[in-house]
Design a protein around this ligand. Structure first.
Ligand code: KG4
Ligand code: ZN
Length: 389
């Protein structure tokens, strides 16, 4: 299990336009309001949301550009950037919402899993905030928030199968309630976003005119569009493992060796853009996608065999940064079409980290009265995910 156990209340609200009409303004005043704060990795995010899932105000500061220049996230740098930006980001979200601190019903903040130094900034800020304004606090599990985001956008009934693929995680779980997840599989080494970020770095894609300001995963997706995946044949991971776990480190090793070989063939130094970056990107993306698809297919078959999904409209929800990859979505659609599942992916901006998903998780918990703390002395962050299978 991801962690907990629990119940099912169906979300029935639709995502709405962000412009606050007079009617929405009136409703805002009668609905409970949650401030959500996210700082688990390299995005400082905040959002104010009402109980129906209406986003009243949001702000997001991405550190990606800085980390790309240093070739990866340096935790102390991430911490400093969160510290420098969190006050402004929360203030912006509050101002845009037109909500005052006293009107908030609760503050929800990511406390696990993530980078310790980053989580610490969000938690420290939030605890001061709730103390100052005398508000309840809702600690949020980052992966739970990714899994539930889709319910902010459309009604999705529990139980549903969820695939979370990001820079830090790769997991398949059966979502049985807002805080009840049965873990079916997870990565044994690194996450697919991490693998693509590292491949992008090894290929020095930051020097590519199309890729200088974007994440490694996005760069791989863009370059792959003009590549021939058949020019590099990477062995699919875990062919002989009959479970739902993932592994991407071996694939990264294969890609790195191919890059080295090409550099030798072309007589160029590491750090030079290779002529075949598009083909390497295409082959990497395809191997990542087909591994994810195979493990997801196995999880679907397992759920079907054990009768774990509803017969009416069984659903696969895919979220996390890597879920914004259209190629991966397309392959997953083939899997869901052939197994009779309905595939749901939030729009890209809600797949990557943001304050909105944390506020929504806070709303879901507020509605069910779960995990709402009025005393915060014992609250701490947990960098590592707590799982038991
Ligand atoms: O969920 P997220 O914003 O942060 C984590 O919780 O990790 O995911 C970030 C990850 C990064 O590794 C990034 O390279 C990857 O998601 N990513 C993508 C795409 N957009 C972001 N990977 C593949 N294709 C994309 N389009
Ligand atoms: Zn995430």
């Amino acid at each position: 299990m991801f962690a907990y156990k629990a119940s099912a209340q169906q979300g029935t609200r639709m995502f709405r336009a962000k412009i606050l009409s007079k009617c929405a303004f009136r409703r805002k005043m009668s609905s409970r309001l949650v401030l959500g704060i996210e700082t688990s990795c390299d995005e400082t995010g905040a959002a104010v949301m009402d109980e129906t899932g209406l986003i009243l105000g949001e702000s997001l500061h991405s550190q990606k550009e800085v980390h790309m220049k240093t070739g990866g996230i340096i935790p102390t740098v991430a911490q400093r950037l969160h510290r420098e930006n969190i006050g402004r980001v929360v203030q912006e979200a509050m101002e845009r919402s037109g909500v005052t601190q006293s009107q908030l019903s609760a503050v929800a903040t990511t406390v696990k899993p993530g980078l310790a130094l980053s989580l610490g900034i969000g938690l420290h800020f939030s605890l001061n905030f709730v103390k100052l304004h005398q508000k309840p606090f809702i600690p949020i599990h980052h992966m739970e928030a990714h899994a539930l985001t889709v319910r902010m956008l459309q009604p999705v009934v529990f139980p549903f199968l969820v695939l979370l693929v990001s820079g830090g995680h790769s997991l398949l779980a059966l979502a049985r309630g807002i805080d009840d997840f049965l873990l079916l599989g997870q990565t044994l080494d690194e996450a697919p976003g991490d693998t693509m970020d590292k491949v992008a770095r090894r290929l020095s894609l930051i020097k590519h005119p199309k890729c200088s300001m974007i994440s490694g995963g996005q760069a791989i997706e863009i370059l792959a569009r003009d590549g021939d995946r058949l020019k590099f044949l990477f062995k699919p991971p875990m062919g002989a493992h009959y479970d739902c776990n993932f592994s991407f480190a071996g694939l990264r090793n294969q890609v790195t060796m191919s890059i080295q070989k090409k550099e030798e063939e072309e007589g160029v130094e590491q750090g030079t853009l290779l002529s075949c970056v598009n083909d390497i990107a295409a082959a990497t993306q395809h191997t990542v996608a087909s591994h994810i698809a195979k493990r997801t297919h196995r999880a679907i078959l397992f759920c079907k065999a054990k009768d774990l999904l509803p017969s009416c409209n069984p659903t696969l929800v895919v979220s996390g940064g890597v879920a914004s990859n259209q190629y991966i979505r397309k392959i997953l659609k083939i899997v869901t079409d052939t197994t009779g599942l309905h595939l749901l992916c939030p729009p890209s901006k809600f797949c990557t980290d943001n304050g909105v998903m944390i506020a929504w998780n806070g709303v879901e918990r507020l509605r069910e009265g779960k995990g709402i703390l009025s005393h915060t002395e014992e609250v701490n962050y947990e960098p590592k995910i707590q799982v038991s299978t």
